[in-house]
Design a protein around this ligand. Sequence first.
Ligand SMILES: *Cc1c(COP(=O)(O)O)cnc(C)c1O
Length: 363
Amino acid sequence: MTRPYNFSAGPAAMPEAVLRTAAAEMLDWHGSGMGVMEMSHRGKEFISIYEQAEADLRELLAVPANFKILFMQGGGLAENAIVPLNLSSAGTVDFVLTGSWSQKSAKEAQRYCSPQVAASAQDSGFTSLPDPATWQLSSGARYLHLCSNETIHGVEFHTLPDLQALGSDAPLVIDFSSHVLSRPVDWNRVGLAFGGAQKNVGPAGVTLVVVREDLLGHALPACPSAFDYKTVADNGSMYNTPPTYAIYMAGLTFQWLKAQGGVAEMERRNIAKAELLYGYLDASSFYVNKVAKHCRSRMNVPFFLRDESRNDAFLAGAKARGLLQLKGHKSVGGMRASIYNAMPLEGVQALVDYLRDFEKEQA
Ligand SMILES: *Cc1c(COP(=O)(O)O)cnc(C)c1O
């Protein structure tokens, strides 16, 4: 039996092979007599799972030796507080506002530091990205925060800005929750990256943080110990009990990604998937995507029926064809197809076939 194609924005579809492995290992992991959920995080079995996951993530993303990889909890929203608690020294921080997620980050940061808006795409309804050459960078900013893929508005930075070339020595902090591992990361331009796992990596419950070593050890006194990056790093992400099962599942995804050919291959496939879907939407007069072409997300594709009275019929027909969770985010409306790494090209082709059939049938 083939499973339906699931276009959820998150928690999102996982590779079927990963789910099958997890199911097979549920009661007895590698002859240990224990399921992964039942293991001590300090035992040799889980330590081996953890070390493999970390090494695979480092290899997949080509994380340099002077960056730490942390497996934390609290998701992207907790990182909106944890980053300023660790990096801001209660000073000035620049934000680039490109959609809901970066807006939320700037708002939360007000509790800990002085956020400044370096640039905002709000006037475009968050359908475009402000050109880095126009950003107003604060002198002495402790860091600059941006969301490299805005999950709700469907806007992605296809290249990260080079802050040094813009005359700033502030580290760049990126929220890469919804496109981590969909393409390589240029670590020369990044000081810290964080992302919840539940979009493109694994189940909810684990948050990936990749942080340059010189940024550790500057937490504000009020920072909870469990959220002090240095404490987390010094304890190998085991200062408190880590989300062991979520780390295991993420680790299975890393293995799967390596078997597929790694992140460069995923980027190639993701570009092909995005071109297929955007190409159809642009050629049709029945559907519309409003995001500027230079910054369309390869992961999250919001689109609208020009006649919105047909939305319910569209969603019901999609479900009947095995195309699930296409409803758009409530703040934007319309539809959204999230086409993360786990979505094969065939799934996007099935969606495009449905878009075409629905359009014909309604004509
Ligand atoms: C989903 C998402 C978040 C929030 O993650 P939580 O795990 O719910 O805290 C933050 N940023 C981006 C870009 C997201 O897509």
